[in-house]
Design a protein around this ligand. Structure first.
Ligand code: BTN
Length: 254
C-alpha cells in the first residue's frame, strides 16, 4: 500500500482499518471514478478514493468544481446504505462528519449552510455532492485547504479556504471515519442536534428558487430528516433540495 493510503487508513481507526482506500494523483472526478468502478463490478462498498487534482470535478446543480493540485482535498466515499434510508439523512451525516473532522484536526469550527456547504469566516470552504447509483450512494467531498495562487475563479462564488497546515490524507481518513461511524449506527438524532447547533440560517430571512421564481422566507428550523423548515406568507413549508441564500452574496453571518 502507498504511504499516503497508509495515512488515510491510520486515520480511519481500527474499526474501518481494513476497508479499501486508494489515493490517485490525478483523475477526472473521484465521484465519476467510483460510479464507473462500481458499475463495472470492480469495487464494492465501502470504498474511499482521493485525488490530488481533478480534471472534471463536479459540483451540485451541474456546476463545475475547480480542483487544482496542492490546494484542496478531493475525495469520495462509496457506501451501501439501507434501501429505505432518507437521502436527507445521508446529507446530514456527511456534513456533520466533515465539520467534526475539521474541528478535530484543526480546532476550527466551520458552520453548515443548508443543505451541505461548509462555511468559515463567511466563505465556502467545502462542498458535498451525494449521488445515488444502483449499488449504493457516492458521497463526494471537496475541501479548500489553501487559497490557490491566483485566487479562486469567479465561478467558485464565495469560496475561501481553511488556510491551516493540515495533512489532507489524515483529514480524508478522519472524515471517512466519522461518516462511516454515522452510517453504521444511523444515529441521526446526534447528527441532527450537531447540524442544528452549527446551522446559523435558523431565524434568518433567506431567498430560494421555486417554480423558477425567487421567493423569500424565514427559516424556522431543520426537520429530523434534514429538511429546511421555512415560513412565508403562504404558511409553513419544508424544503428538501435546492439552494438558499442570505441575499446578494452576503454570507457574512456564516
Ligand atoms: C458543491 O459544492 O456543489 C459540491 C462540490 C463537491 C466536490 C467534490 S470533490 C470530490 C468529488 N468529486 C467530484 O467531482 N465532486 C466531489
Amino acid at each position: 500500500m502507498h504511504e499516503l493510503e497508509l495515512i488515510i487508513q491510520k486515520s480511519l481507526g481500527s474499526r474501518w482499518a481494513k476497508i479499501p482506500v486508494q489515493a490517485l494523483s490525478e483523475t477526472d472526478s473521484t465521484n465519476t471514478r467510483l460510479k464507473e468502478w462500481a458499475r463495472e463490478g470492480r469495487i464494492a462498498a465501502p470504498y474511499v478514493l482521493t485525488a490530488d487534482s481533478q480534471t472534471s470535478g463536479r459540483g451540485r446543480l451541474g456546476r463545475r468544481f475547480v480542483s487544482p493540485a496542492g490546494t484542496g482535498l478531493y475525495m469520495s466515499i462509496l457506501i451501501a446504505p439501507p434501501a429505505n434510508i432518507d437521502a436527507g439523512k445521508i446529507t446530514v451525516l456527511a456534513a456533520v462528519a466533515v465539520c467534526r473532522a475539521i474541528h478535530e484536526l484543526t480546532g476550527l469550527q466551520p458552520k453548515i449552510k443548508w443543505v451541505n456547504d461548509l462555511f468559515l469566516r463567511g466563505k465556502k470552504v467545502c462542498g458535498i455532492l451525494a449521488e445515488r447509483i444502483d449499488k449504493g450512494v457516492i458521497v463526494g467531498i471537496g475541501v479548500n485547504l489553501k487559497t490557490p495562487p491566483g485566487g479562486f475563479p469567479p465561478e467558485a462564488g464565495v469560496a475561501g479556504a481553511l488556510d491551516v497546515d493540515i495533512d489532507r490524507f489524515a483529514l480524508a481518513g478522519t472524515i471517512a471515519r466519522y461518516f462511516l461511524d454515522g452510517m453504521e449506527t444511523l444515529d441521526t438524532d446526534d447528527a441532527i442536534t450537531y447540524y442544528r447547533a452549527h446551522m446559523p440560517l435558523i431565524g434568518k430571512e433567506i431567498r430560494y428558487q421555486k417554480d423558477r421564481q425567487e421567493k423569500s422566507a424565514l427559516v424556522t428550523g431543520v426537520s429530523d430528516d434534514g429538511g429546511l423548515m421555512i415560513q412565508d406568507d403562504t404558511g409553513d413549508h419544508i424544503l428538501r433540495t435546492g439552494e438558499v441564500s442570505l441575499g446578494s452574496q452576503n454570507m457574512t453571518g456564516l
